[in-house]
Ligand binder design. Structure first.
Ligand code: MG
Length: 374
């Protein structure tokens, strides 16, 4: 195989309007979302794409991630051999602390190049697929409950069966009412999952979550602040319903702590939290050793990052609870992929074409770009 070299790098800061209102225990997302879209060009004529999707109240800010890519990671990438992904990711950690979204963008662009150069989808580079499609979960997060229920019913009609209700922003009684309505208006095979995004008052959590258990959710996600892992462990012990850790697990060290002490029953894997697919797989492996199944979470991503997450889940048996890659199709005004992000009958279809597997519409990237850094 001919040696490939990275010759140019561009960061587009896109500002894409969104179609839905999202409310979470940790804050609202409405109007538009800003992402840092990374384009890497090579001397072989192959282009790799990445997407950094930060959320200021969760992983980090767009401004810091643009700086991480443009100032700190660019010197590592220009002139580099994109096949040396592990080495480049270690160098990225050495060059700048944190900024997992920028590192996820860098890693997915490298995998995109290597996949295209070798004629293989990214899942095949990660060990090969153990699944060809992934059940899709939609986040029930619109404060306009009527509008939200209409959307849920429409998606049920399109084949979706997993629904994750965002709670912890409007009070306990209002949360229970929404759950009651969901159970009343949706058929029994619509699966209900609950995500507080850290929105509970810790000393009230166990008593209130016992009320929630009456609606038989599959799991209850991150009821208390991420750093309150002792309280999370106490809730996990007290409830019959599995408790899922999201904001409590960013790094492999966090995963080790949570797994070794059984502080949660399940863990959410997000490439934007952990800094890429390889880091996500390390966490999935630590969890697997403790019998903790994982879920494919995301941030406010475009289809580019969704594709990376899809390949990671396809190649990782222990990320077995489905994924929430609905933003590209249902949340953004328009996605950045040239073809729609692949969803059929409530499932994400794992691409079989080389690299990330779906082309990026560069014209659309430029249309939504409010800043371009070369
Ligand atoms: Mg969550």
């Amino acid at each position: 195989m001919k040696q490939v070299k990275i010759t140019a790098m561009t960061v587009f800061v896109t500002d894409i309007p969104v179609r839905l209102m999202r409310r979470h225990g940790s804050g609202d997302v409405a109007g538009s979302v800003k992402n840092a879209i990374l384009k890497l060009e090579t001397d072989a004529g192959i282009t790799g794409w990445g997407d950094a999707a930060p959320w200021a109240v969760f992983t980090g800010t767009i401004e810091a991630n643009v700086a991480a890519l443009h100032v700190y990671l660019r010197p590592l990438l220009i002139g580099a051999n994109p096949h040396r992904i592990e080495e480049l990711m270690a160098a990225a950690d050495h060059a700048v602390v944190g900024h997992p979204e920028a590192k996820a963008a860098m890693e997915m662009a490298l995998f995109d190049i290597v996949g295209q150069a070798s004629g293989l989808p990214v899942a095949e580079l990660l060990g090969g697929r153990c699944r060809d499609d992934i059940p899709l979960s939609f986040s029930v997060a619109d404060p306009d409950v009527d509008r939200d229920m209409d959307m849920v019913k429409r998606l049920y009609g399109e084949g979706l069966r997993l629904f994750k209700m965002k709670t912890g922003f409007a009070g306990h009684a209002a949360d229970l009412k929404r759950m009651e309505r969901f159970r009343k208006e949706l058929p029994a095979d619509a699966e209900l999952r609950i995500d507080y995004n850290q929105g509970m008052v810790t000393h009230e959590a166990i008593r209130q979550l016992r009320d929630v258990e009456a609606f038989q959710p599959t799991f209850i996600e991150q009821p208390v602040p991420g750093h309150q892992r002792a309280a999370l462990a106490e809730i996990t012990r007290a409830l019959d319903t599995p408790v899922l850790a999201d904001e409590s697990v960013f790094t492999p060290g966090d995963a080790l702590l949570v797994a070794a002490n059984r502080m949660a029953d399940l863990v959410s894997i997000k490439i934007m939290k952990h800094g890429g697919m390889l880091a996500g797989r390390k966490i999935a492996a630590i969890c697997e050793a403790a019998g903790i199944a994982c879920y494919g979470g995301d941030m406010f991503e475009t289809g580019i990052a969704h594709l990376a997450g899809t390949h990671m889940i396809a190649a990782t048996p222990n990320i077995s609870l489905g994924c929430e890659f609905y933003q590209a199709r249902y949340f953004l005004e328009r996605d950045l992929l040239a073809k729609p992000f692949p969803i059929e009958n409530g499932h994400v279809i794992v691409p079989k074409t080389p690299g990330l597997g779906v082309e990026v519409d560069e014209g659309r990237v430029r249309h939504y770009a409010v800043e371009t850094l070369k």
